[in-house]
Design a protein around this ligand. Structure first.
Ligand SMILES: [Zn+2]
Length: 69
């Protein structure tokens, strides 16, 4: 799990903290850490304030399916 800093992005439903639990070439899958919300959805790799250069590469390393290096 990769936690998204609150200043970089928040849950679309409750405004709470998000964590990234999966990733692929064109999206990140996030879920809300709040037990009362637990919203989960896909976002673009650059959906967060990092412009797609922090979370997505990190998530691809952790969850992505590398296609030959
Ligand atoms: Zn939420």
């Amino acid at each position: 799990m990769i936690l998204v800093k609150l200043e970089d992005g928040r849950c679309r439903s409750c405004g709470g903290q998000l964590r990234i639990f999966n990733a692929d070439d064109c999206s990140l899958e996030v879920e809300c850490v709040s037990d009362e919300c637990l919203d989960a959805y896909k976002v673009e790799p650059d959906a967060f304030a990092d412009g797609g250069i922090t979370y997505w590469p990190q998530a691809m390393v952790e969850f992505g399916h590398e296609r030959g290096v």
